[in-house]
Design a binder for this molecule. Structure first.
Ligand SMILES: [Zn+2]
Length: 419
């Protein structure tokens, strides 16, 4: 075994592959980017929740990724992300994953031990007062009470991340995986001054995170564009990059520490801001996508026509019929207006062009329907229930599915962000 610690490169793309049939098509997008001059590290991510809904095991994600890497002759690094795990769920992933998204959102705002909070603030007088950080023209002004409040809110979550991290280390060893801490699945966004306190606490806890996923301002709904204040997002994203650069120097966190943007697919309106910020600060980023690939599979089926289109229509009809059940686990990250969802009978009469036009994320196309897109996004359980019938159709429509998967990642994601 190599003694070199695993380090993730500057730009990385998290890719979800719910039915483990698209790894090659996804990797083809990274390969194309490489030929165009940008190194994108592929990271296959699948959460415990997705594995449970589909009835799959992390070993299948590993097998699909390894097979794609071999088939396409990919020689650069790639990773397998145990996405959104905690102490209760990590063991299923620990053998096959080498990237761990330690999700501690549920521990935010659970009160930390007051003595630990006091000790933290005592240890960090530098966090109190006027903080001038390189790259941020408006200094942060914080009182001891502010830092205490922030520490009280996040300290328990950071301590929990430490427990999970040490558990993974006990199995895999130090440096044998990339640790990320995620706090995105919570109610309120973390401000840049809060991020600084969180990073100081993570460094104290001894977790050498290489990526951090805060919750950003605005809505990051599944599979559709960003909704929020673009100027505020850009300002805070830039500030976060400066906070990270500062924390790396001040607290000795890994030099490659970068932001991880969860639900990062399809957020076309903020990609120019992210791109500008990365260039300005010379920073890296991890952009996590997942369901966008499953949507491209359905688009590929519909585009193929015949039985593929019929199956795509069946998926829509079933998703519509079980909408409440399907939406429930994703309630906080979707915004579906029922009145904008056509009846199954209407969709059943659609041509390939109409179905593809409604689903493909092209906001210029008058046929595009963000409500259908979100419903299908959370509707993958329908395809999981179809089992072999769905997988067989994927094979039959291999060409159109793969072409849409690759094209979506390359043209709508990698190109605007990195090329
Ligand atoms: Zn997430």
């Amino acid at each position: 075994m190599s003694t070199q610690p695993l380090v993730i490169g500057k730009f990385s793309l998290g890719m979800g592959d719910r039915f483990a049939h698209e790894a090659e098509a996804q990797l083809a997008a990274c390969l194309a980017a490489r030929k165009l001059g940008v190194e994108i590290v592929p990271v296959w991510n699948k959460s415990n929740r997705e594995h449970n809904i589909i009835g799959s095991e992390p070993t299948s994600t590993r097998a699909a990724a390894d097979a794609a890497v071999k088939a396409l002759g990919w020689t650069a690094p790639y990773f397998l992300d145990a996405d959104h795990i905690g102490l209760k769920t990590v063991d299923r992933f620990v053998g096959v994953s080498d990237f761990f998204t330690i999700d501690v959102a549920d521990f935010i705002a659970q009160p930390a031990d007051p003595a630990a909070v006091k000790a933290f603030v005592d240890r960090h007088p530098e966090l109190v007062g006027t903080l001038t950080l390189a790259g941020i023209d408006r200094p942060f002004t914080t009182t001891r009470a502010d830092v205490e409040r922030t520490a009280a809110k996040f300290l328990l979550a950071v301590q929990e991340a430490g427990k999970v991290y040490r558990h993974i280390v006990s199995v895999k060893g130090v440096g044998r995986f990339v640790p990320e801490i995620s706090m995105d699945e919570t109610d309120s966004p973390q401000t840049p001054p809060e991020l600084l306190v969180i990073l100081a606490a993570i460094a104290d806890e001894g977790v050498p995170i290489q990526t951090i996923a805060p919750k950003f301002t605005g809505r990051f709904n599944k599979g559709v564009d960003y909704v929020g204040d673009l100027a505020q997002f850009e300002r805070e994203f830039n500030d976060d990059l400066c906070v990270i650069a500062h924390a790396v120097k001040r607290y000795g966190l890994p030099a490659n520490l970068k932001l991880s943007v969860h639900s990062g697919s399809d957020k076309f309106s903020i990609y120019p801001a992210i791109r500008r910020a990365l260039a300005k600060h010379g920073a890296g980023v991890h952009v996590k996508t997942a369901g966008t690939t499953w949507l491209e599979e359905v688009i590929g089926l519909a585009e193929a026509g015949g039985a593929g289109l019929a199956l795509a229509k069946e998926i829509y009809a079933e998703a519509l019929a079980h909408m409440d059940e399907l939406c429930q686990p994703y309630a906080t990250v979707i915004d579906i207006d029922r009145s904008k969802l056509p009846a199954a009978a209407v969709v059943n009469a659609w041509t390939s062009e109409q179905f593809v036009g409604a689903l493909r994320h092209d906001q210029q196309n008058p046929l595009y329907n963000a409500h259908i897109r979100q419903l299908i996004h959370v509707g993958f359980k329908v395809a999981a229930k179809m089992g072999p019938r769905y997988l067989e159709q994927l094979k039959t429509c291999r060409e159109s599915c793969a072409r849409n998967v690759t094209g979506n990642l390359l043209e709508r994601h990698i190109r605007p962000l990195f090329l």
